[in-house]
Design a binder for this molecule. Structure first.
Ligand code: HEC
Ligand code: HEC
Length: 216
């Protein structure tokens, strides 16, 4: 008797907490095996390896990583002729042949600790702080990201990678594919960073943002 009452209540709670379509939950143990391939470039703790141009993935939002892996696999990201580093990542995403494999590897990466990459970009932090005002509505005051706006975490990411993505968006190397709905939004925003100085400044400012537990 109890069971038949509790079950619908639990279901209701589960659905109430999720406003977006839920991806099938991945298996972190299976994901760990798949991650052995990724570790070669992204590092054993998914902390990123600057010498290999590979960003940090640990601490990144699982829904965002899932989308990027599917986009790389489908050629929505990384297929532009000038996307040198995206082209290195594309074949790796293609190894994850099924959506279940993507879910598994993302589940494993999500279990790893948030990295704290060193600051490397020489930029005007004050100028960057001003420029970052326009980013806050989507990426949040602390660079925590917002799933409801499809905008990923920016804090705790390598600053040189942030610079490269902003340059790529601005040049249409990323976000220019006709099916890149979310990249297209970011492409428009990148155009507001008119100079290289502003791009470096905003990346240097983002590098000063600290993770706030409980914020997204
Ligand atoms: C040969 C090196 C290499 C391997 C192996 C590799 N990656 Fe990557 N990955 C990269 C590079 C380089 C980038 C950055 C692409 C760019 O600059 O746009 C990247 C980007 C990514 C991104 C996008 C990050 C973001 O913030 O948008 C994700 C997610 C990712 N990789 C996951 C994986 C996973 C999961 C695996 C294992 C299946 C993997 N990578 C294996 C080199 C690699
Ligand atoms: C209208 C909402 C919006 C605003 C405002 C916005 N972004 Fe974004 N941004 C996005 C979305 C959506 C994505 C994810 C694109 C994708 O899925 O490929 C993104 C992605 C990014 C990425 C790529 C992250 C990664 O891991 O590869 C960077 C870097 C970034 N934004 C920086 C900025 C900066 C800096 C600003 C302010 C100048 C800004 N964004 C303003 C929506 C926004």
């Amino acid at each position: 008797m109890m069971k038949t009452v509790i079950y619908p209540v639990v279901l209701l709670l589960v659905t109430a907490g999720t406003s977006l379509p839920v991806e099938a939950a991945g298996d972190a143990e299976r994901g760990k095996q798949l991650y052995a391939l990724c570790a070669a470039c992204h590092g054993p703790n998914a902390e990123g390896i600057p010498a290999l141009n590979a960003p940090a993935n640990a601490g990144q939002d699982p829904w965002y990583m899932t989308r990027q892996l599917k986009n790389f696999r489908a050629g929505i990201r990384g297929a532009h002729p000038d996307d040198t580093f995206g082209a290195q990542m594309r074949p790796m995403a293609m190894v994850l042949a099924t959506d279940a494999q993507i879910a598994d590897v993302v589940a494993y990466i999500t279990s790893l600790d948030l990295p704290d990459p060193p600051q490397t970009v020489d930029g005007d932090v004050e100028l960057g702080k001003q420029a970052y005002e326009t980013c806050i509505p989507c990426h949040g005051e602390f660079g925590e990201g917002a799933q409801s706006l499809d905008a990923p975490r920016l804090s705790n990411q390598h600053d040189w990678y942030i610079v490269r993505q902003l340059e790529n968006f601005k040049a249409g190397i990323r976000g220019g594919h006709q099916n890149d709905i979310y990249g297209a939004q970011m492409r428009i925003m990148s155009q507001m960073l008119e100079s290289d100085e502003r791009i470096r400044g905003v990346a240097a400012y983002i590098a000063t943002l600290e993770y706030r537990p409980g914020v997204e």
